[in-house]
Design a protein. Structure first.
Length: 577
């Protein structure tokens, strides 16, 4: 049908093209008068208009046929190489410089030709973006430079910043750029009379986040490193600042409708949130301070585990997690260890973790944490969390008897975060536990051991209270943090006192650790394409009080710390999901 129509148009055009010559021959004789000449010119002009209109109609028909059949003539800038796909012909556009990569297939599939040309093909409707509209990573990005990369059907965003940190302390606490809260030197010691000053890039971070949607399921993968790991070189301050990377976070989260599942290394679910029970760093509260060990009294750790969340509504979230357990008796990050009875001193480092072994302590089951969060508005967040832990040891002096001691402990954490007026927030998070000291940055041991070989859980608690205020490019913050470690006096078989906080104990066994701090964070420059530069400052005043004070010994100790930091943050953001 199309070929017949094309032949008819071609024949008509041929006849009309021949008409001027015929008419010219008929009028070759001398004209009788001027009126005949004028009439002939008018006829020729009318015929020329008809010829032009037929030419335009012929071109329209050609374009229509080419559109339906899928064949396209070679255009300038296109390669002459052609091939076939299915029953349709296609040509391959030549690549230019800068076109060596594409998010679309190299050879697009040709559309199938309909048997009858529908009327809508003459005025086709606007084409929607290709891909699943529910997954922004498959949609056409807005603008010239989207703030994310595409990897398959996922969006990938770099995560990180570069820090140049200055830290000064009036005591040589030997804790690098993070404060070991429980081991501030006393004034009557060598380090208590010396100060420290250093620069460090170790708080810099690098990582990635990828997001995607698959059949209505949203998934997030998150990875983050810093450079606060233990270096294998002894010359990092002499000839080579070879700071090694340290894994902070490495998890994947999947959510469909009201259910959510996370697995990997993340912030513990006992860490206070700013919003919901999200594991993303921006949705957590671990303060705005530059101290890489955050605040005394904050409940937190980063460890492997799994969690399940249920979202009955947009304002309430329930969570349950199983996380890495540990039978901890002190010795980490400046926290003091317990003193074991003489007959059970071998438990340290074999069945009880004195911060000198890795993944070698036996455990009964994971630490179980349950949490409920309320977010009635964007200005308020409230949460309640509980943790259950179980400890078990066996008497190593008589294995044949199989004498074991098992104790279950736990704790409760309550947090509030509210915007009292625009740009000003009050924050409070509080924790009390029986055998949960490990979650206070290891400043309190979980348990002691009696002379009969039984476990005795130690009470401990912490709080962080403060404010955060934003004004223009400035963020101002101030917090108070405190830790309390309970006394657990045990009488050994020889009559000596052991345990924690007993009369005669070392002044490293702290009763209370307190911190007051304030600071600022100014966004000096920011551009969505190039990142941001921030200036950050913090002052920290830290005190610790021991349970026992020997005659003539200092009643307590304190230090003053100043941080100053210049930070460049990488650009990048996710499309809306």
């Amino acid at each position: 049908m199309k070929a017949t129509r094309l032949h008819l148009i071609t024949w008509s055009l041929t006849v009309l093209l021949a008409a001027p010559a015929t008419l010219a021959g008929q009028n070759a004789a001398p004209a009788s008068n001027d009126a005949d000449v004028i009439a002939l010119k008018q006829q020729l002009a009318e015929q020329q208009k008809q010829i032009d209109m037929l030419k335009l109609a012929l071109e329209d028909q050609k374009r229509l046929i080419e559109r339906v059949t899928g064949s396209t003539p070679l255009q300038p800038g296109m390669a002459a190489t052609a091939g076939t796909q299915g029953n349709q012909d296609f040509t391959l556009p030549s690549k230019k410089l800068g076109q060596v990569a594409s998010a679309t297939p190299v050879i697009p599939a040709a559309p199938a030709a309909p048997a009858v040309v529908p009327p809508s093909i003459l005025n086709p409707p606007p084409q929607a973006p290709s891909g699943n509209a529910a997954n922004p990573c498959e949609a056409v990005p807005d603008g010239q430079a989207p703030a994310f990369f595409r990897l398959g059907s996922t969006c990938l965003v770099p995560v990180g910043f570069m820090d140049a940190t200055l830290v000064w302390r009036d005591k040589n606490a030997n804790s690098q750029i993070g404060s070991n809260f429980g081991s501030v030197p006393y004034n009557n010691t060598v380090n208590g009379k010396l100060s420290e000053f250093r620069f460090s890039p170790q708080n810099s971070r690098i990582g990635f986040r990828f997001d995607g949607d698959w059949k209505g399921t949203h998934f997030i993968g998150y990875n983050e490193f810093d450079f606060l790991g233990t270096s294998g070189s002894n010359a990092i301050t002499v000839t080579n600042g070879a700071f090694v990377p340290r894994l902070r976070l490495y998890w994947v989260d999947v959510r469909k409708d009201k259910l959510e599942f996370l697995a990997g290394q993340s912030w513990s679910m006992l860490t206070p949130n700013r919003r919901g029970i999200s594991a993303l760093p921006g949705d957590l509260f671990y303060s705005q301070v530059m101290d890489v060990n955050y605040m005394a009294g904050l409940t937190w750790t980063r460890q492997p585990g799994m969690r399940v969340l249920y979202h009955p509504s947009n304002t309430v979230t329930f969570g349950f997690s199983a996380e890495n357990p540990d039978q901890y008796i002190g010795g980490s990050a400046g926290g003091s260890t317990i003193v074991l009875p003489t007959a059970f001193s071998s438990l340290s480092g074999t069945q009880l973790d004195a911060a000198n072994i890795n993944l070698g302590v036996p455990t009964v089951h994971p630490d179980f944490i349950a949490k409920i969060a309320f977010d009635p508005t964007s200005r308020f967040h409230g949460e309640v969390a509980g943790i259950e832990r179980t400890f078990r040891i066996i008497n190593p002096n008589n294995l044949a008897l199989g004498q074991t001691s098992t104790k279950a402990g736990g704790g409760v954490q309550v947090g509030l975060n509210g915007e009292i007026f625009k740009g000003f927030r009050l924050i409070s998070t509080n924790y009390w536990s029986d055998g949960g000291g490990r979650y206070l940055f290891g400043q309190a041991p979980d348990a002691a051991v009696t002379a009969q070989g039984n476990l005795s859980l130690i009470h401990s608690g912490g709080t962080v209270d403060g404010f955060e205020a934003t004004y223009g490019k400035w963020l101002i913050f101030g917090y108070y943090g405190g830790i309390y470690v309970g006394r657990d006096t045990i009488i050994d078989t020889n009559g000596a006192k052991v345990g924690y906080g007993y009369v005669g104990s070392a002044n490293s066994q702290n009763k209370a650790i307190q911190e007051a701090t304030f600071g600022f964070n100014e966004t000096f420059w920011r551009n969505p394409r190039y990142g941001a530069i921030n200036l950050i400052g913090q002052y920290e005043y830290l005190t610790r009080d021991p349970w026992y004070i020997a005659t003539g010994a200092p009643k307590n100790t304190h230090d003053n710390t100043i941080y100053f930091d210049i930070r460049y943050t990488l650009p990048g953001s996710m499309p809306p999901f």
